[in-house]
Design a protein around this ligand. Structure first.
Ligand SMILES: [Zn+2]
Length: 648
């Protein structure tokens, strides 16, 4: 054998493989624009490196192992030295980040730690049990591989970790005290139950009937609107119709907002009517307004200085047109279809906060109107809310189609362009109620412990709120119906939550978390479905590595019954589970096939006809089965250290 064999067992290679297996949520740490700053940040963050990867390293490639076993070595450097070096190099370059800000994909940071105490039992467990439960769903290690590597590498890893100064140990060991027999019988029992749940949904699902009513008779559901309140009342009744205890928990938002008539035209140098839709909670225009277009080219906040004093009365195009050719043609999942994952060395650009601040400064310049590119193909509109939520934006803001935005941008490069527009939206005079629907099947043995499945019921208003997120909300309702009609009594309480205000920052999830602050330590797990109608094919582990051993056990029967891919190592933010993650509660996100999500998301084509009944019905059964499996697990999923108090 040649000496220079591939060395798949170096830490970097192993990490490379972990990357390839879907760690898109990981990124090279950059922070700040200057190199020194980046370097400092990197060093700070290296301390947050997740030791989980050290455990991953124990998963070898079989061939490499065999050559090792045969006494072959790739070079003369001793293994521990090399490990230390690689580990050090790696920690200087990478850290895992968890996105903290709603709507931002993995740009925040906060990592919770696996302690060494937690890792050693996993590795030794894998020696004893023969196969690593921990990695089962994640990387499918070879049986004997895990054993051999763990014997060889334990000392090396210990030294590497000491070397890297990473002993910030916060999480107690999560290893299972249960015997393989006990684990086996749990798995068998869950497979049987999950299959029955799937059969019940297949035979008697009311999901599509409910979704048709929601999207047709009630329609789109802006938070605080009469339609949203009607949907809350109606879902309350539906849960009760199915025999599931339910109630509303109601908060208030400052103002309801109602879209009015919306028109726009290019007046010169060409004449052309164009489509336009105001941002949610955009201030109305002062009747029909016209103005000259000013296009902004802003890479960093200080670039706005160039435009100071020149924007008053103008129609502002705040960013270059989107480059649609750059979007991934075949996204792996529905979330990536609308929020593309960052890969490789990421140039952070402006943060969400910087952008918000920039928009505030642009507003202060008093333009007549700020326009945004919808960034979607085929004249699809996008939609989002003006900031701050539930109050009138200082300046009217609106979306154009990508095609029209691009046209205006190009026209403006060769001379002045004048537009006129008339946006007539209205606000409620007073605060209005906004409710979440909370339903429950009480646990028999551990009724104060909870498993939550949820999805938001509110939506944007250009379409019908079918895929975002009528499907998720109706799947949660169907999960409740199916479990109740089976008549089983879960060990823990299973709670079903239909959130509101998700599209404006999560006031519904906030409300739940505040109302139940004292109960948070006893929430065993949360699972949210919020990416449309496509088949659920995995659950994202959301960086909750310490929950991986138990989650793998919970997931394994689901994998059998629903034909799923392994648990995903991805992190997804931007939905109601984030509120729970912030409080230290294990909270996960369903990964779904794209199934029209890119087009429908926040656009006028988010309509009932896009729904794929079989796939979302299966999603409903999956939610119910996951909740059941968590409820029946002898041990609760471990919590992590939250980043916010329940009162925040
Ligand atoms: Zn959504």
């Amino acid at each position: 054998m040649p000496r220079n064999i591939e060395r798949p067992d170096t830490l970097l290679d192993s990490l490379g493989r972990v990357f390839q297996q879907g760690l898109g949520g990981m990124q090279v740490v950059t922070g700040g624009n200057d190199r020194e700053q980046q370097h400092q940040n990197t060093r700070k963050r290296q301390q947050r490196l997740h030791i989980w990867f050290a455990a991953q390293w124990t998963v070898p490639r079989k061939s490499a192992l065999r050559s090792r076993e045969a006494g072959e070595s790739a070079d003369t450097k001793s293994e521990p030295e090399e490990v230390e070096q690689q580990f050090h190099n790696w920690t200087c370059q990478f850290s895992t980040l968890r996105g903290r800000n709603r709507g931002q994909h993995s740009t925040g940071q906060q990592i919770h730690w696996l302690s060494w105490d937690a890792i050693v039992p996993r590795i030794t467990n894998s020696q004893e049990a023969g196969a690593s439960r921990y990695d089962e769903g994640l990387v499918n290690p070879t049986k004997d591989g895990a054993m051999i590597r763990s014997r060889r590498l334990l000392p090396a890893i210990v030294r590497a970790i000491v070397f890297s100064g990473l002993m910030m140990l916060q999480v107690p060991p999560a290893s299972s005290q249960r015997t393989p027999d006990q684990q086996h019988s749990y798995r068998k029992a869950m497979e049987e139950a999950d299959q029955k749940i799937a059969d019940e949904v297949k035979a008697h699902s009311e999901l599509i009937k409910n979704l048709a009513y929601l999207t047709t008779q009630i329609g789109p559901r802006l938070t605080g609107s009469p339609q949203m309140q009607a949907a809350s009342d109606w879902t309350l009744k539906r849960f009760r119709d199915y025999g599931v205890e339910a109630h509303l928990e109601t908060t208030k938002v400052d103002h309801a907002w109602t879209r009015g008539s919306e028109t726009a035209s290019i007046i010169s140098p060409i004449q052309r009517r164009i489509g336009i839709h105001a941002y949610g909670w955009s201030k109305a225009t002062d009747g029909e307004v016209s103005g000259t277009v000013v296009t902004l080219d802003i890479q960093k906040p200080s670039d706005l200085d160039t435009y100071k004093g020149k924007l008053k009365g103008a129609v502002v195009l705040a960013r270059k047109p989107a480059d649609l050719s750059a979007s991934e043609p075949n996204p792996e999942n529905a979330y990536d279809a609308v929020i593309p994952p960052q890969r490789g060395v990421v140039n952070q650009g402006m943060s969400w906060r910087e952008r918000a601040e920039l928009m505030r400064q642009i507003r202060d310049e008093e333009p007549k109107l700020i326009l945004s590119d919808s960034g979607k193909p085929d004249s699809l509109f996008s939609m989002t809310g003006a900031y701050p939520s539930y109050n009138a934006s200082g300046v009217p803001m609106a979306f154009l189609t990508h095609e029209d935005y691009d046209l205006i941008w190009r026209l403006s490069q060769s001379g002045p362009v004048t537009l006129k527009a008339n946006l007539q939206s209205t606000f409620s005079a007073k605060p209005v109620p906004a409710s979440i629907t909370v339903a429950e099947i009480k646990g028999l043995e551990l009724s104060d412990e909870r498993v939550i499945v949820g999805g938001h019921l509110d939506s944007w208003d250009l379409g019908q709120g079918a895929l975002d997120n009528g499907t998720g909300a109706m799947a949660v309702l169907e999960a409740a119906r199916a479990l109740e009609s089976l008549g089983w009594k879960p060990k823990r309480t299973i709670t079903f939550v239909l959130f509101t205000g998700e599209e404006q920052g999560g006031i519904g999830a906030d409300t739940f978390v505040k109302n139940h602050a004292a109960e948070l330590p006893k929430i065993d797990g949360v699972l949210v479905l919020d990416t449309g109608t496509g088949k659920v094919f995995s659950i994202a582990l959301e960086n909750l590595w310490e929950t991986a051993p138990l989650m793998s056990e919970i997931y394994r029967p689901l994998q059998e019954v629903f034909d799923l891919q392994p648990l995903s190592t991805r992190y997804f933010g931007a939905s109601d589970h984030v509120e729970f993650l912030d409080k230290g509660v294990p909270a996960y996100f369903c990964m779904q096939l794209p199934a029209h999500y890119r087009e429908a998301h926040h656009s006028q084509t988010d309509t009932f006809d896009k729904v794929i009944p079989d796939q979302i019905n299966e999603g409903a059964a999956f939610l119910a089965a996951w909740a059941w499996n968590v409820s029946e697990m002898p041990q609760p999923l471990p919590h992590h250290e939250g980043t916010k108090d329940a009162s925040e």
